[in-house]
Write a protein that binds this ligand. Structure first.
Ligand code: NAD
Length: 387
């Protein structure tokens, strides 16, 4: 079939297998430059390893560190006229490349929150790897089905008060205002259930109980802090409450299970999850402009290669790994904050890297790669071998 992008709101409902392969291969090329410099574990479980930061973690660990990787994801295969999801194609491409290189790479597709998937993953670890020595927890999910069958939905709202600030309609390039309303206490609790640390702790508990986790294993989850302008919606918002919970979970599981559990604070980047957050896309497009001008811009793969090669063992006073150091650089933040005040619909291009935003957005779904022939008929089915 001929596959074209179909953008609906902040998501693209189609994905291109050849383009996703190009995206994965270009990340692999970056990671291969780190060969010999990444030593974060030889057998890694990546939960949420099909897109964004999780995929980049998997690529860095495998192609930069020679690790065997087992990935847990929630993706959809192609069916009839529907393409597969980008994460499906990414995973198929990753596993093909890993196989060529003689690297163990398998995936389990299903709900990481569930007991069944945890049990299946543990079975595979015991069968194929014995134990894992690194666990990356990179889930970004809108909802979680609880063991009793009830569903918690995460919300992107403020805590306490309304927050009004600039936002961008990326489709029209219009800069306007948005008011984000506060989450109810129930919504905050639900967001913490979905995006907080409880399920991360459940994974570590289950792996430990099954004897599938190496003593002193490294386990990481990802967070974001960002500048003041995003604090009401992110750090101090409902998602921030969940991220705070991750932080306390890291401390608790380190103590309880003897693992080295850390939260890495990553850079704001265009991913399927971040596109959905109010205010953040405008901030990202101003940030991209400033960081590209300064030559310090990084994508997911550069971030993850830097994490695993240079930042493990380097903590701030609270114990966080700070991969957002280049984003939070004073000069960059000053420029972004001035741009924030000045930007409007008329002068958008002067301050914001809208083209860069869209380029990342389309590439996430396998579109706009120069060396992919989008007029060619492609097979939308891509095989991922049963783990
Ligand atoms: P993403 O949407 O690209 O990736 C989410 C991953 O989770 C995918 O692999 C998806 O298949 C998987 N997933 C979702 N629900 C699942 C389920 N129920 N079961 C199994 N797998 C499931 O997101 P991302 O932006 O890479 O986010 C990963 C982490 O990084 C999140 O904790 C996020 O808060 C954090 N982070 C993101 C940014 C950013 O700017 N994007 C910045 C800092 C931190």
């Amino acid at each position: 079939m001929i596959i074209e992008p179909k953008v609906r709101g902040f998501i693209c409902t189609t994905a291109h297998p050849e383009g996703c392969k190009a995206a994965v291969n270009s990340q692999i090329a970056v990671a291969e430059k780190y060969a010999g410099k990444i030593n974060a574990g030889k057998r890694a479980l990546v939960i949420g390893g099909s897109t964004g930061y999780g995929l980049a973690s998997r690529i860095a660990l495998a192609f930069g560190g020679g690790a065997a990787t087992l990935n847990v994801m929630f993706e959809r295969a192609a069916a009839g006229v529907r393409t597969a999801t980008a994460g499906w194609y990414n995973t198929a491409a990753f596993e093909q490349a890993a196989e060529k290189k003689g690297l163990y790479a398998k995936s389990v597709n299903g709900d990481a929150f569930s007991k069944e998937i945890k049990e299946r993953v543990i079975e595979i670890i015991k069968r194929d790897l014995g134990k894992v020595d690194a666990v990356v927890y990179s889930l970004a999910a809108p909802r979680r089905t609880m063991p009793d069958g009830s569903v918690c939905n995460s919300v992107l709202k403020t805590v306490g008060e309304n927050f009004t600030n600039k936002t961008i309609d990326l489709r029209t390039g219009e800069v306007g205002e948005i008011t984000v309303t506060p989450a109810t206490p129930e919504e905050i609790d639900a967001t913490v259930k979905v995006m907080g640390g409880e399920d991360w702790a459940d994974w570590i508990a289950a792996l430990t109980a099954a004897g599938a986790l190496e003593e002193g294993a490294l386990t990481l989850a990802y967070s974001y802090i960002g500048p003041k302008v995003t604090h009401p919606i992110y750090m101090n918002g409902s998602i921030g409450m969940a991220k705070r919970d991750l932080y306390y979970t890291a401390k608790a599981i380190s103590k309880k299970y003897g693992v080295n559990a850390r939260v890495s604070v990553n850079k704001a980047l265009v991913t399927q999850s971040s596109s959905a957050i109010p205010v953040v896309p405008l901030y990202i497009s101003l940030l991209y402009k400033a960081m590209k001008k300064a030559g310090t811009h990084e994508g997911c793969i550069e971030q993850m290669c830097r994490l695993f090669s240079q930042k493990l063992g380097v903590y701030d006073s609270e114990g966080y790994i700070r991969l957002d150091d280049l984003e939070m650089d004073e000069k960059i933040q000053k420029e972004v904050s001035e741009a924030w005040k000045a930007v409007n619909t008329q002068n958008l291009d002067e301050y914001a890297d809208i083209a860069g935003y869209w380029d990342d957005f389309y590439k996430m779904f396998g579109f706009k790669f120069a060396d992919v022939d989008y007029s060619a008929d492609v097979n939308a089915e891509a095989e991922i071998k049963e783990a």
